[in-house]
Design a protein around this ligand. Structure first.
Ligand code: FPP
Ligand code: MG
Length: 284
């Protein structure tokens, strides 16, 4: 059974409040910096791994709230490239947690497909242990046609690394005459990145930094900082953040059309992306 969307976590009264809040504008892309798992573990005198496990359980609740709110895209910061510098024990336990959750996702694939959740793991995936790289690739391929909620999991990710990978793709496009240098503009860079712009970004645990998350994507994002540790985040905290968004959201900007070289370049990049995932899975 998949535990990725917790179906049991919303009471009738909470659902009523969700329905009232969603009569107003709801962000079309919500991002979370899920911070405070270790402080939560310390507070409860449990080990760090249990804190991260509770963090995942909270994510599965948050996904249900987002589905009920009608939010079509959610991005979570689950493992930064900087997190590789934590103790070997903690890094291994986070990798094991991801192994367990992606295995469950694949075992319960019918359920995640019934929810219509498309999983996209964004980051420098070559940094992951081979078996985990294989598992996340399988999960992305198995859910690629789902269209109700796109869940982007930033893993082995930093914003600066994402921008530098995009720059390499663009340089490669120019070298191979797929692009002209003058085709490279802000919109093409945005499209070449792993993640699209978020309308609302929530960080928990009282920290007020971006910590190298979605750096390109936040020029007009509404930021919301909550004192609550991530495993203690509730639907009320989320609704407060959405109401904050409704008070501060800027007007939506029109989307600029790409020229035909830019469109072809992006299509080639996407084909290569899926081809590379299939190769990882086939070679395993
Ligand atoms: C930040 O809290 C949290 C992390 C570095 C890991 C977040 C991971 C999860 C919630 C599980 C997600 C798993 C999958 C497979 C999607 P912290 O460790 O920085 O805690 P602290 O700020 O209290 O030290
Ligand atoms: Mg932290």
């Amino acid at each position: 059974m998949s535990t990725w969307v917790n179906e049991q976590c919303v009471s009738f009264f909470q659902l009523l409040c969700i329905k009232i809040v969603k009569t107003g504008r709801v962000p079309q892309h919500l991002a979370f910096i899920m911070d405070g798992n270790r402080r939560y573990a310390k507070k409860l005198s449990v080990n760090t791994t249990d804190g991260h496990t509770k963090g995942f359980d909270k994510l599965s609740e948050a996904l249900k709230w987002c589905i009920d709110l009608g939010i079509p895209e959610v991005t979570v910061y689950a493992f930064s490239i900087e997190n590789f510098k934590r103790t070997e024990e903690e890094v291994n336990s986070l990798m094991d947690l991801a192994r367990d959750k992606f295995t469950r996702l694949l075992d319960g694939i019918d359920q995640i497909n019934a929810w219509g959740v498309r999983v996209h793991v964004a980051g420098r995936l070559s940094l992951l242990p081979e078996d985990l790289h294989n598992l996340v690739s399988k999960a992305m391929l198995a859910t690629r046609h789902n269209d109700k909620l796109r869940l982007n999991i930033a893993y082995a990710y930093t914003g600066r690394d994402e921008i530098s990978r995009a720059a390499s793709h663009l340089v490669d496009g120019v070298k191979r005459n797929k692009l002209f240098a003058e085709d490279i503009d802000e919109d093409l860079i945005s499209e070449t990145l792993d993640l699209g712009s978020a309308e609302l970004l929530i960080r928990t645990s009282g920290e007020v930094r971006l910590s190298d998350f979605m750096l390109w994507q936040v020029p007009s994002t509404v930021l919301y900082f909550s004192e609550v540790l991530w495993p203690e985040f509730t639907v009320w905290n989320l609704l407060a953040a959405i109401i904050h968004f409704q008070r501060h959201a800027p007007e939506k900007l029109p989307i600029k059309e790409s020229n035909h070289r830019q469109t072809e370049f992006l299509e080639c990049l996407e084909d290569k992306y899926w081809h590379d995932l299939e190769t990882v899975v086939k070679c395993s």
